[in-house]
Design a protein around this ligand. Structure first.
Ligand SMILES: [Mg+2]
Length: 271
């Protein structure tokens, strides 16, 4: 089956960003077939969302980075773990102690039902990736958790590639910090990044489709591929042709070497 044929069977697409459309969001270089796929989705009126685990940039910052790389998307066409975290607490105003970078702060500040607080009145600790994290912030979050505040981990990755202060490489992320807090406070936070059920459920609800009508396209075996466990068919894009070590149950999984519409997909079987 070709990628275009599979797309024709689907009403909506979740499209990973880093490693799939561009190399990395902080120093993005566009993969040449990304623009063609996006143009096809628009031309065929397919619903789609760019689904990333990067929440340290706001959706507007991500859209701007993609624009610089040559891809036109609107912030509304992006879902991040911060989008999911905010959707999870939609409703009456909530007092939130937020640890994060600019992206987290921008999204939270624009959210009608979030009041950012930096005192003991906080009912929710939102923990995002923060490469300026201080002991004071961490310990304050710990004390809030001991007093019963809920923990929302904005994402869940242990580490990720990025660029900061002129240095590119791997950085410890919110998932690693969350484990320290959870261990110390004896709590377990909700994770809002791929491959959590919260992420995929929220993304499908934003698209207004059920799992069987959606397709996840991404490069990560650890996150994107596991959309299959939630009943979403997956195209794992491996530009080097490497097969995944494990194929999850729950939906069909295909391997592709590119995002080209005439790309021949290899269906992988569980086992
Ligand atoms: Mg990726």
């Amino acid at each position: 089956m070709k990628l275009a044929e599979l797309l024709d069977d689907k009403r909506a697409v979740l499209l990973d960003i880093e490693g799939t459309l561009v190399t990395c969001l902080e120093e993005p270089e566009l993969f040449p077939d990304a623009a063609e796929l996006l143009a096809y989705l628009r031309r065929t009126n397919k619903k789609f969302l760019l689904a990333t685990n990067t929440a340290r940039m706001s959706r507007a910052q991500i859209a701007a980075a993609l624009r610089r790389a040559g891809l036109e998307v609107s912030p509304r066409e992006i879902v991040t773990p911060m989008t999911v975290a905010l959707e999870l607490i939609r409703g009456r105003p909530k007092k939130v102690f937020l640890i994060g970078e600019a992206g987290h702060v921008i999204e939270a500040a624009e959210c009608e039902w979030v009041e950012l607080v930096y005192d003991e009145s906080a009912e929710i600790v939102m923990l995002g990736a923060c490469r300026d994290l201080t002991y004071q912030q961490l310990n304050f979050a710990f004390r809030l958790l001991l007093k019963g505040a809920k923990l929302i981990v904005v994402g869940g990755d242990l580490y990720a590639r990025g660029c900061r202060y002129g240095e590119c490489g791997v950085f410890l992320m919110e998932g690693a910090i969350a484990r320290a807090l959870e261990e110390a406070a004896g709590v377990r936070g909700v994770r809002t990044g791929k491959p959590s059920v919260e992420f995929f459920r929220t993304a499908l609800s934003l698209l207004g489709v059920s799992a069987k009508d959606a397709l996840m396209i991404g490069d990560s075996e650890r996150t994107d591929l596991r959309a299959a466990e939630h009943g979403i068919d997956v195209v794992l894009v491996r530009r080097d042709g490497r097969a995944p070590t494990e194929v999850p149950k729950g939906a069909r999984v295909f391997l592709a070497r590119s995002l080209k519409l005439n790309e021949r997909l290899i269906e992988l079987t569980v086992g």
